[in-house]
Ligand binder design. Sequence first.
Ligand code: SF4
Length: 346
Amino acid sequence: MTTTQTGPLNPSTSMSGAPLLSVQDLTVEFSTAAGVARALDGVSFEVSAGETLAILGESGSGKSTTAQAIMALLPKPAGAITGGKILYAGRDLAAEPASKVREVCGTEIAMIFQDPLSSLNPVFRVGAQVAEPFRRRRGMGRRDAWARALDLLKRVGIPDAETRINDYPHQFSGGQRQRIMIAMALALDPKVLIADEPTTALDVTVQKQVMNLLADLQAETGMAMVLISHDLGVVAEVAKRAAIMYAGRIVETGPIRDMYDHPAHPYTSGLLDSIPSQSSVGGRLKPIVGSPPNLLNLPSGCAFNPRCPFAIDRCRELAPTLRTPEGWSEGHQAACHLSEEMLAHV
Ligand code: SF4
């Protein structure tokens, strides 16, 4: 995975061979009655086969908009890609009509969503829903498609799958429903899986099980994964690299372990301080003060400056860009005027 936002890609950050999916300088805007909101502003990243990139940030940071743009699921007519490229298999999906992109996205690029109950049809048995891609996209007969659905349900760990395949979505627990969604997403052996907050609605134990399942399936299939989350703690064991988003831009990116140990952007630091951990048991978590900015009226300079405890005059005047100062670990970039000072004090 590599990420950049402004300036050239840093070739040293590509660690797993040629990228399968390359998002370059992507800009998305939403037209609203109050004006045009730039939801993504020059977002770039790459992900290769067998690699997991975590995209992290608070609600409204642009994580889910990034996924929607890739999958041609931006709400219409308000949302539109207004710049940049989404390169996949020699094609620029950003330049193609939504109908063409969805052909690719239904098969080679798959997505799982936060809330499986709203994505599963309550009136159909899960077997019929998991079998549906085999019938519609592969032209299989009912019996063969059902057999493939059963295989998938077993593969994602649904107990007693032979019986449960006849049940309806409401008869499953939240964790099992997410497993069923994963089965549906994997039905056609996608090359890229985008998982948008796949464990947010689950309790901590089940979150870990679903994350482990995704990691196991990735090891088995070699697919690339883009894992979207607001919780750095949840993804840290699965993803090796991460991109932190704020106000539609990537503000820090690099090896997740480095960011965990040596955050170079105050926003990343704030996200880490708000994670429950062993050391915080019995203590208080520190939420990031303030709220994400209104995209229709962004602060001047660094968009994080009204919430940043370290902001100086320069931060209010000049927007920082992603950069890799000398001495930082490979691929670690941050968009902060004071990153060197931050790293010097951790
Ligand atoms: Fe804070 Fe300034 Fe860095 Fe923005 S550029 S994160 S305001 S120190």
